[in-house]
Every structure is written in structure tokens, then in C-alpha cells.
Design a protein around this ligand. Structure first.
Ligand SMILES: NC(=O)c1ccc[n+]([C@@H]2O[C@H](COP(=O)([O-])OP(=O)(O)OC[C@H]3O[C@@H](n4cnc5c(N)ncnc54)[C@H](OP(=O)(O)O)[C@@H]3O)[C@@H](O)[C@H]2O)c1
Length: 392
């Protein structure tokens, strides 16, 4: 047990030594002791809590606002339950991670039509069915598909309506709490997109509007038609481009910021290194920052997180998430996890604080480390920051 009350167990993954940690506060709050965890009974207790999920969930004090939506300060990204990172966990395991996250206070669950495509929404719909009305369910539209594959952006009004009907069916719900446009469609004026979402809101099918990776003018134009509750952009200790204007616009307009890939797709947890080989088909194998030479040099960042973690009694993953939370009360990261131990570890970040001095020192140390490699593949980078055409 370290000074932050964290139980640790050594494990090996991908050839790189790492530690799995459980936040004692999370265990205590859930009525689970470290000794029961050691004896392997925690999962049974967590299962038992799923049956009485309201009581434990209601106890969550770490709440934040995305626009007017109240959510847990840390959400759960559900994408890798069905897509992109391999091996996939299997449906039963991901459903149990989602239900346990709810029991531990998580009320923001993130999916998208694109994940699978379609299968992640089906999985999430089944997982959240017992507590659907107590959570904020977020999904995304914005692509069209052929033969089960996305063939490009599509936010034409009729396509948005088609997507939403499908999402409602797969998610087993009558409404989506937070509906994001996944990427800006360079062919469709954003006024038409925001206007369609506004209509869906008045029809009761959608409750809040969100956007992901738009150009900033487009964000402002959309917000003028239908207030945007949340912006979902990539943001982590290694990917800080939102700090070049986007965060300021969010603060100015009262928009929440939901960092996706808040753990840089697992990199900032310290689990990967230059010897890591991703399985065939794992999306990360094609990302320049995950190429062996880049990882080798970017490991300086892991050393920083590890050092701060040791000083604050936390893991690199927890420092990564706590630092994001410290960037403003409107920031709500959605770490993705298919592993109950990781999910519990990540939720422990909500209890870690940085003083103003620590934040300034962390920033100085962070900015002294060069980041090697761009964040995405050329195709995905080209879809970020797109401005929608003007409405004639
Ligand atoms: N708007 C967009 O365009 C967009 C794009 C991508 C993703 N997203 C959303 O954002 C969510 C999060 O992003 P992401 O999943 O791409 O990246 P992420 O949250 O930065 O990282 C997820 C990866 O980190 C690993 N991980 C998580 N916690 C860990 C821990 N404590 N220790 C070790 N490894 C850990 C996970 O593995 P395990 O499963 O083994 O825990 C997984 O491989 C997604 O689920 C999705 O909902 C949105």
C-alpha cells in the first residue's frame, strides 16, 4: 500500500513491467477491502452490487457539468469493447466492466454508430438496460457505410435521422442524452446539421448536442443554432492541441470538453514500449506515435508520469487523468477500458488533486519533453478541424 492508499500488484504486459493499482478510496466507497481483493472475492462483491446499483451510484460526489448535463467526473469509453484495439474482450466481459463502472459511480457512457460499426451500440444497449434512465448515454453519427465499412463522412439531414433511428434501436432506448456529430461533413453546412439535431431534440429523441473535432468557426456556427453541450476532442498529456484555442472557446461558450484517448490509447499508462507489437488489425499499429522509434523517445513522458505518480501515490494512468481533470471544471475524460482492474484504477484518479504550484511545475516539465510523431494516420488527421461549408 502506498501513501495515497493504493494497493499495487506487479504484473507484466507486452514485455514491459507495469503495476496494477486499485484506489483504496474506490474500494472503501464500494465496501470492498484490499484483503478481499487479494483473496479474489472482489468480483463477487461487485457482481452483487450490480443488482443494487442505484444505491452505490447515487453516492458519487465527483460530479461535473457538460453544458447543463450533470455527469460523473470520469466517464467510460466503450469503443474498444467491440472495435479497433485487439484482442477484443468478448461481450460478457465488456458488459460486466460497464455495469461495474456504473456501480462505482460512472454515469457517462460513450459509444458511436461507427464502433463495430453498429455492434458497440448493441453491446452498450444491453449493458446499460438495467439502469438506462440513471445515466448519460452518448453516441455519435456522421458516416455512411457500405458492406459493413465506413465509406466517408455523411451528415446530410436524412442520414442523421437514419443514424439516430438505428442508434435508438440498438441502444434499446427512446432517447439519446448526448448526440455528437462524429466528424464535420465538408459537404453539409453545419446550420443544417445543428438544425436537424434541434428538431430531434424537440421530438424528444435527443436531449443534447455534441461535436467532435470540428473547426472552431464551425463550432461557433453550430452553437448559434443549437447550443453545444460538449465537445469531444483528443486530449491527453501527449496530445495537447486543444490548448491552442479550443479550450478557450469551450470556456467562453459554456461547452464541456470530453477528452477522447485521455490515456493516449494506453500509451500514458506505461504499458507500451519500443518492443510492443500490436496484433494484426489493431488500429494503433498504424499510428506514427506508436511506431517503435517514436515510442522509445516518447517514453520520457512515461518517466515523468511515473515520477509524479510516485510522489503523489498514484499510477501513470491516474496522473494522466487527474492532470486532465485539473485543466478545468468542464473537463470530463472518458478513458476506454475493457479490463475491470484498469477501470477501477482509472476511477481512482478523481480523488487526486494538483495544487497550482504543482500544475505549473508539471507543465514546465511536460513542455520540456518533445513529442515524437503526429497523433493519427494521414487520413484521420485530415478529418480533424474541418470547417463546414457556408449555408447559402
Ligand atoms: N470522438 C472521437 O473521434 C473518438 C475517437 C476515439 C475514441 N473515442 C472515445 O474515447 C474513448 C477513449 O479513447 P480510447 O479508448 O481510444 O483511448 P484511451 O482511453 O486513451 O486508451 C484506451 C487504452 O488504454 C488501456 N487502458 C485503459 N486504462 C488502463 C490502465 N489503467 N492501465 C493500462 N492500460 C489501460 C485500454 O486497455 P484495456 O482495455 O486493457 O484497459 C485501452 O487499450 C473511446 O472508448 C471512445 O468512446 C472517441
Amino acid at each position: 500500500m502506498n501513501k495515497h492508499g493504493i494497493y499495487e500488484a506487479e504484473s507484466k504486459l507486452g514485455g514491459v513491467s507495469r503495476r496494477d493499482f486499485i484506489g483504496k478510496t474506490m474500494l472503501a466507497g464500494a465496501g470492498i477491502t484490499a484483503s478481499s481483493m487479494i483473496l479474489g472475492t472482489a468480483n463477487n462483491q461487485a457482481d452483487a452490487q450490480t443488482k443494487d446499483s442505484k444505491s452505490t451510484n447515487a453516492a458519487n460526489k465527483n460530479l461535473r457539468k457538460l453544458g447543463s448535463l450533470e455527469v460523473s467526473s470520469i466517464g467510460l469509453g466503450c469503443m474498444s469493447g467491440s472495435a479497433f484495439f485487439y484482442p477484443l474482450p468478448g461481450k460478457a466481459r465488456m458488459i460486466s466492466v460497464i455495469r461495474e463502472a456504473y456501480d462505482r459511480g460512472v454515469t457517462l457512457f460513450d459509444t458511436a454508430e461507427l464502433y463495430g460499426p453498429f455492434t458497440n451500440e448493441e453491446l452498450v444497449g444491453e449493458a446499460i438496460a438495467p439502469f438506462r434512465r440513471n445515466i448519460v448515454l452518448a453516441t455519435k453519427f456522421g458516416f455512411n457505410y457500405e458492406g459493413g465499412n465506413s465509406i466517408g463522412p455523411d451528415s446530410r439531414p436524412a442520414s442523421i435521422r437514419r443514424a439516430v433511428e438505428g442508434s435508438l434501436r440498438r441502444l434499446r432506448t427512446e432517447y439519446v442524452d448526448l448526440l455528437y456529430q462524429h466528424r464535420v461533413d465538408p459537404k453539409v453546412p453545419i446550420e443544417d446539421v445543428a438544425g436537424t439535431v434541434k428538431d430531434l431534440i424537440s421530438e424528444g429523441k435527443v436531449r443534447n448536442f455534441g461535436m467532435s473535432e470540428p473547426g472552431l468557426d464551425t463550432l461557433r456556427r453550430a452553437h448559434a443554432v443549437q447550443p453545444v453541450a460538449a465537445l469531444q476532442n483528443e486530449y491527453s498529456v501527449i496530445e495537447r492541441s486543444v490548448e491552442q484555442g479550443t479550450l478557450d472557446v469551450c470556456r467562453e461558450l459554456g461547452i464541456g470538453l470530453v477528452p477522447w484517448a485521455p490515456l493516449a490509447r494506453g500509451f500514458t499508462t506505461g504499458r507500451f514500449g519500443e518492443g510492443t507489437a500490436f496484433l494484426a488489425g489493431d488500429y494503433r499499429g498504424g499510428l506514427p506515435r506508436m511506431f517503435p522509434e517514436a515510442m522509445k523517445r516518447n517514453l520520457l513522458l512515461i518517466e515523468l508520469l511515473d515520477r509524479w505518480g510516485k510522489a503523489k501515490g498514484a499510477t501513470p494512468a491516474q496522473i494522466s487523468l487527474a492532470w486532465l481533470l485539473a485543466q478545468g471544471p468542464n473537463v470530463v475524460p472518458i478513458p476506454g477500458s475493457t479490463d475491470p482492474w484498469h477501470m477501477r484504477e482509472n476511477l481512482g484518479a478523481a480523488d487526486i488533486r494538483f495544487s497550482a504550484d504543482e500544475l505549473a511545475r508539471f507543465r514546465r516539465e511536460l513542455e520540456a519533453i518533445p513529442v515524437i510523431g503526429v497523433r493519427g494516420s494521414p487520413g484521420s488527421v485530415a478529418q480533424n478541424g474541418v470547417e463546414a461549408p457556408a449555408k447559402n
